[in-house]
Design a protein around this ligand. Structure first.
Ligand code: S3P
Length: 188
């Protein structure tokens, strides 16, 4: 008999700025699992930045590349995966991610998202928000995206992690660990 079977993937979904990559990296470290960020993988697979893909091929071109990457990434199990904010707009991606993993929606209040995405640097790989020049405009866009995607995130998620206050990353991480029944190793 070989050892225990490789566990399902843990997949983090949610809007830009929700902390999917940061939480995902920390979660992977705690669990000793590989971490995969599909935005980075799209860039590696295509040899282009997300901004270039949007500029050259439009959002549609980016979405096709994203779906191809998700299909490749979901071949493996046991990973922690942070996907781009719009990955779950494609029902094929949702089906695959749910079939091969447990999906967590990091549902973060728009005010918090806007605060995190204020700088141009943190918007560099987010062409959908790149030309929002004022804080008001950024707020409006984020609210629009949230309204448009709320149902899709809800339907894609096995679990919803609501972040509506100043919960630290630790609280979010611990919530996910509790849901998956992870117990820290006992120290003598
Ligand atoms: C997008 C989110 C981005 C990136 C792309 C499109 C979206 O990823 O995939 O700019 O449609 O919400 P993050 O959510 O990791 O910022």
């Amino acid at each position: 008999m070989s050892g225990s079977p490789t566990p399902a993937n843990l997949v983090l979904i949610g809007l830009m700025g929700a902390g999917k990559s940061t939480t995902g990296m920390r979660l992977a470290k705690r669990l000793g699992r590989p971490f995969v960020d599909t935005d980075q993988q799209v860039e590696m697979d295509t040899g282009k930045t997300i901004a270039q893909l949007f500029a050259d091929q439009g959002e549609e071109g980016f979405r096709q590349a994203e779906t191809a990457t998700v299909q490749r990434v979901a071949q493996k199990r046991g990973q922690v995966i942070a996907v781009g904010g719009g990955t779950v707009l494609n029902p094929t991606n949702v089906e695959l991610l749910r079939k091969t993993g447990t999906v967590f929606w990091l549902d973060v209040r728009p005010e918090i998202l806007v605060g995190r995405m204020g700088s141009r640097v943190s918007r560099a790989h987010r062409p959908l928000l790149a030309d929002a020049t004022s804080a008001d405009e950024l707020h409006r866009r984020v609210n629009q995206l949230r309204e448009a995607r709320d149902e899709v995130y809800r339907a894609a998620a096995h679990h919803i992690i609501s972040v509506d206050g100043d919960q630290s990353g630790d609280v979010v991480l611990e919530q996910i660990l509790r849901i998956i029944g992870h117990r820290p190793p006992k120290h003598p």
